[in-house]
Ligand binder design. Structure first.
Ligand code: GAF
Length: 380
């Protein structure tokens, strides 16, 4: 059943009223530029046709009551006046986190009944958490008529993750979930927060292959990567790696650990590849797209060390089929999750067949394949 219809029915059954609004916010796939966002660099994501839906109504008290349809209708209730971290229902901390930061900016908000469902694969690097955060924020915007625009919503979502959930993520996921455009990918400058869109070529499909190696951002080495990047920036007396170039990095190589040097090299080279790939997609130069994505993957594997062998193998299988007619790389935070491939539509079957033939046999994991489209950002 359609998620909106489902929420309408279930909301009525649980809260005995119709929801005042139903908001949806998409997950995302990042085409290139990984871990560059919190280094004030460039990223190139697109919002996708997987998302989170939140149905909502105001309450007359100052409590928030939220029901998670996908977690056996688990219920979480908390007062806006005193929002604590919930150690038992981890999913609820996204709601608790965003309401904490939202209330600091908009103290006029009151209570809400919320019901949530979604279809973004969790722990797969496709931003299920960011889409949940943005959907909840936009639900409060609709209920309390807040002047909360996309970029501000993204900033609040990121702040909730950083200060409440405990993940030092950047702003990419929340921003593209809030501001994505149908048929387009978004080049985002994470320092100025300026962004521009580009249409994805009609003859290329976005194919996402989930390795089904599970990852968790907070549990993984994500926060450690951020610290290592900061170490490199500090060694060069810079506020962020955005101010560095490769010559400067080389000249300071001995002032930092070898690990910090390699982390920084990934960031600097991936920033350059992101701009290069944006231009290449704009001019239809698929060979350069292919090379940029391949080099990005190698850099994530060898310098940033965030890939895992099953993911490397997926990239190997797919790049063998594509040669220079499309591109493939790991996408998202790493340590499992998905690869993204830009595949000529007439080669999609060949790619999926090759994955079917080799991946499980070699790794023991069973892949899931999603042929995606680029979608608009959150809306009610
Ligand atoms: C995760 C984070 F949430 C993003 O901010 C980004 O750093 C990404 O990993 C890696 O590019 O999705």
């Amino acid at each position: 059943m359609d998620n909106k219809l489902l929420l309408q029915q279930q909301f009525k059954a649980s809260f005995n009223k119709v929801p005042e609004c139903i908001v949806q916010a998409p997950g995302r796939v990042n085409l290139i530029g990984e871990h560059t966002d919190y280094n004030e660099g460039f990223v190139f994501p697109a919002a996708i046709d997987f998302g989170t839906w939140v149905a909502a109504s105001k309450r007359d008290d100052n409590n928030v009551r939220v029901i998670a349809l996908d977690y056996d209708n688990q219920e979480n209730v908390f007062p806006l006046a005193d929002i604590a971290f919930d150690n038992n229902q981890g999913w609820a901390n996204y709601v608790r986190g965003v309401t904490t930061v939202l209330k600091a900016s908009y103290p006029q908000i009151g209570g809400a009944d919320l019901m949530v469902t979604g279809n973004v694969p969790q722990g797969a690097g496709l931003s299920s958490s960011a889409s949940f955060e943005i959907a909840v924020l936009k639900a409060f915007k609709a209920l309390y008529n807040l002047p909360l625009e996309g970029v501000e919503a993204a900033q609040l979502g990121q702040k909730a993750e950083n200060t409440f959930v405990g993940c030092s993520c950047g702003i990419m996921d929340q921003l593209v979930s809030a501001m994505g455009k149908e048929g387009q990918a978004m080049l985002l400058d994470c320092r100025s927060l300026a962004f521009q869109y580009t249409s994805l070529p009609d003859d290329l499909a976005i194919v996402i292959i989930n390795s089904n190696v599970k990852r968790g951002l907070v549990d993984s080495e994500y926060n450690l990567r951020r610290q290592q990047c900061e170490e490199a920036a500090q060694a060069m007396n810079l506020n962020s790696l955005r101010e560095a170039d490769l010559a400067m990095l080389e000249s300071h190589r001995l002032n930092m650990s070898e690990v910090a040097y390699r982390r920084a090299r990934h960031i600097l080279t991936d920033n350059a590849r992101t701009l290069q790939m944006f231009d290449a997609l704009n001019s239809g130069d698929i060979k350069t797209v292919s090379e940029a994505m391949a080099a990005s993957h190698i850099s994530m594997r060898d310098d940033f060390e965030i890939t895992v062998p099953p993911i490397d193998y997926l990239v190997e299988i797919i790049s063998e089929v594509l040669a220079d007619k499309g591109g493939v790389r790991m996408t998202g935070g790493g340590f499992g999750g998905c690869v993204v491939a830009l595949v000529p539509k007439n080669m999609v079957l060949e790619v999926t067949k090759a994955v079917d033939k080799h991946y499980h046999a070699r790794t023991g994991y069973k892949q899931s394949i999603y042929i995606c489209s680029a979608e608009r950002g959150a809306f009610a």
